[in-house]
Design a protein around this ligand. Sequence first.
Ligand SMILES: Nc1ncnc2c1ncn2[C@@H]1O[C@H](COP(=O)(O)OP(=O)(O)O)[C@@H](O)[C@H]1O
Ligand SMILES: [Mg+2]
Length: 349
Amino acid sequence: MPEHDVLLDVQNLTIHFKMYGGLMGNKVTGTVKAVDGVSFQVRRGETLGVVGESGCGKSTTGLGVLRMVEPTAGKVVLDGTDLTSLNQKEMRKFRRKMQMVYQDPFGALDPRMRVLDIVGEPLLIHGLHKNKGEYKARVHDLLERVGLNPNMANRYPHQFSGGQRQRIGIARALAAEPDLIICDEPVSALDVSIQAQVINLLEDLQEEFGLTYLFIAHDLAVVKHICDRIMVMYLGHVVEITTRDALYDNPQHPYTQALMSAIPIPDPDAETQRQFDGSLQGEIPSPMNPPSGCPFHTRCQYAHEACSAKKPVLMETETGHQVACHLYDPSASDVNADDVMKAPLARTG
Ligand SMILES: Nc1ncnc2c1ncn2[C@@H]1O[C@H](COP(=O)(O)OP(=O)(O)O)[C@@H](O)[C@H]1O
Ligand SMILES: [Mg+2]
């Protein structure tokens, strides 16, 4: 993709947490490889979905991009600037350009602050208003923009419903006039009936303000409508990344296929015609002790010798479609991708 189209370029992002134990609590007892060499790009104005089971490193990836956790290695390039090379003071300028919307609209908002100040705080932090009157007007405008009545500005978070609180969180993120918003499971805690409203709001705001989203979700159902491209993560790795349509029509990594088959299909006839039997066997391995070779090989029904021996790298299998799987690498494999696509449906009824 042309350089100027890329807003966020993440290169080999690695975030390892050292675990401490021992009598004095100062002995390193293990390392959690939460994010282990993740690379991806997000284009201006697009929504990149990040999908994978709980614990695969989605939130840590988002926090690493914002440098709210320090990357162990790798680069995060925003609009041509390598954020990992900046000191804290330089970083503040860039922090405004990237905002986060959190999963938990209850925990994310300070219960002692009025909505006026929750939404207005970024204006203060970044000096985006001239006087008190402009501050108030700006907050009222933001509340209106996210579908809340500006008359509610003097209320406290507990006086709002879950969906309304998420709107407050979105208004706060918008206040900073960001380029990129990292939405970390923004609708997972909401009733299904409310989820679509919040997704629609995010889509409207994206269009109006030219926003770019990194949209984190733990299943493929939620990201289907909002994302342009989707990246699938497993155990701190990217296993597949491609356009939304290619991912749903032609999921290539065995793990993506398993996730696909976990999406409920309301129609029982269609249920029996599922293309993939993705029943995931076994537990997710611990990121403190990840498997050798391909991180997915312990649960993969197509795993063969090469899979435990060598870590597959992301390879382009067709234009814009990248997969990290030895099945698609003729040099590494005696099994090939055709076997995956032709695999008979094990589920019979
Ligand atoms: N501050 C931390 N210290 C130690 N381990 C952590 C920390 N934050 C996250 N982890 C671990 O890193 C892994 C990835 O976590 P996370 O990014 O929250 O996953 P996800 O958002 O995909 O559910 C998990 O095993 C989690 O327990
Ligand atoms: Mg998370």
